[in-house]
Design a protein around this ligand. Structure first.
Ligand code: 6XA
Ligand code: ZN
Length: 345
């Protein structure tokens, strides 16, 4: 299986985040990509290629122009305002009774308008890295569509599945899976399935396709009553309008291990079998791992191999896109276990 990765992704290097109610060292660090890349090489998974640059058009097919313009110009604006902090945190949002429109002009108002949490700092190279990550996703999609590959791995960092049409959050700034899905549809695909196996619900991906039948969104994740993103990912969210029935969520209890998880996965696989997508995109987070520092599922490393083996049995052209996973020492092993399990099933 080929891996697509750009060293530009490493330029987003957050120092801190806000979590557990305080400023803490960031967990979404460049070392995550470095360890996965090393393991891909050490285990001989396959060729590693750099992404093509697909430009801004595929981004505009998913994200709002004002959001893209804001992110593109943010750091220069931050400096022009005389801000000295090396990474910017939102701290005020247009929640209930407040208005997102007319858009404020103040930089802090704009930061809040275009974000969902305070845990995702924006630095000088964040958006450049996010675009490289999205290009990795698009290049992997093109490899499977045109390149004679039945599967491919996009080593995406920063991740994407929390990012909505016009907001960043959960360490995500562009929705890599949504961008790749929309690109495949624009290239002639009729149906795309996105299976999100990250520990956290992919709220951004769900919202982007919620009213559409051409993208089936399936997500297995920690119950949002007890886990981030807290406000989406419940079982009763099944799509709306023409998209009714094309979203399915399996919120699972904290402490879930492979035995329980694999039962929910079987249900998701049945939906995939019925839907018969032209392509399967897997939002591949490894934060279901028992040693993950911010998560509370109980996967062992061998369970990631089982996950890959099960997905292979679907017999679909498959694009894997990396999402979360913060137990850095085991991240490479756990990620390549999925990919190798898929390849050798
Ligand atoms: N700081 C709150 C937790 C952010 C979740 C990031 C993630 O792994 N999402 O899949
Ligand atoms: Zn996650």
């Amino acid at each position: 299986m080929k891996t697509v990765f750009s060293p530009v992704e490493l330029k987003h290097a957050p120092k801190n985040e806000i979590s557990d109610g305080q400023l803490r060292p960031a967990v979404e660090t460049p070392s995550r990509a470095e360890i996965v890349l090393k393991t891909v090489r050490d285990r001989g998974l396959g060729e590693i290629i750099e992404p093509l640059d697909f430009g801004v058009q595929p981004l505009q097919r998913v994200h709002a122009p004002d959001y893209l313009a804001f992110m593109e110009g943010f750091w220069d604006r931050w400096l022009a305002e005389g801000r000295t902090a090396q990474e910017a945190f939102p701290y005020v949002w247009p929640v209930r009774t407040l208005r997102a429109d007319p858009a404020p002009e103040h930089i802090d108002g704009l930061l809040g308008r275009y974000s969902m949490d305070a845990g995702t700092p924006v630095g000088p190279f964040t958006f450049e890295a996010a675009k490289a990550s999205a290009n990795a996703a698009l290049t992997a999609a093109q490899l499977v569509k045109d390149g004679g590959e039945s599967s491919a791995f996009a080593l995406c960092r920063p991740p994407g599945h929390h990012c909505g049409k016009d907001f960043f959050g959960g360490y995500c700034f562009l929705n890599n899976a949504a961008i790749a899905a929309q690109w495949l549809l624009d290239q002639g695909a009729h149906r795309i399935a996105i299976l999100d196996v990250d520990y956290h619900h992919g709220n951004g991906t769900q919202a982007i396709f919620y009213d559409r039948p051409d993208v089936l969104f399936l997500s297995l994740h920690a119950d949002p009553r007890h886990e981030y993103p807290h406000f989406l990912g419940h079982e009763d969210e099944t799509g709306e309008k023409a998209g009714t029935g094309f979203t399915r969520n399996w919120p699972l209890p904290l402490g879930t291990g492979w035995e329980t998880y694999s039962e929910a996965l079987e249900e998701a696989c049945r939906w995939l079998h019925v839907y018969k997508p032209d392509y399967l995109l897997v939002s591949l987070g490894m934060d279901c791992y028992r040693e993950d520092p911010i998560s509370k599922f109980l996967f062992n490393s061998g369970d990631f191999t089982s996950l890959g083996q099960r997905l292979k049995r679907l017999g679909l052209p498959t694009i894997f896109l990396m999402e979360g996973g913060y137990a850095v020492d085991a991240l490479g092993t756990n990620c390549v276990n999925v990919l190798e399990g898929f390849e050798t099933a």
